[in-house]
Design a protein around this ligand. Structure first.
Ligand code: ZN
Length: 116
């Protein structure tokens, strides 16, 4: 069950309520991994993308089936696609270069940079 640490709130977060990330796939422009909520230990999906030298990091709720699907995928570009689709469908924690750490709607998240 989500706890107060990982429940969407309008307040800007002071610090991230998650453990360090265990990275599954990453390259110079994006990455996917997993961490846990420090309060309830629920597992969260991490996704980061670099857009014009700025880094945007996201923490999204996910299901155990989402994690199994990501871990089973061997093509890292497909891993990124699956991660984007999960982020788009949730309210997620975002750490961006301008507004700090906040909850955002995944459907409005910046998830892709220029075509590299
Ligand atoms: Zn929690």
């Amino acid at each position: 069950m989500p706890c107060l640490h990982c429940t969407p709130s309008d307040a800007t977060l002071n610090r991230l309520p998650f453990t360090r990330t265990d990275w599954l796939a990453s390259d110079s422009h994006e990455g996917v991994g997993f961490s846990r909520c420090l309060g309830c230990e629920d597992r969260w999906l991490n996704f980061w993308v670099e857009i014009f030298d700025d880094q945007w990091l996201y923490w999204s709720p996910m299901t155990p089936e989402d994690e199994a699907r990501l871990r089973a995928e061997k093509d890292s570009y497909k891993v990124y696609e699956i991660a984007r689709s999960i982020v788009r469908n949730h309210k997620v924690v975002c750490k961006g270069p301008v507004r700090g750490i906040e909850w955002v709607s995944g459907s409005h998240a910046l998830l892709e940079g220029p075509p590299w």
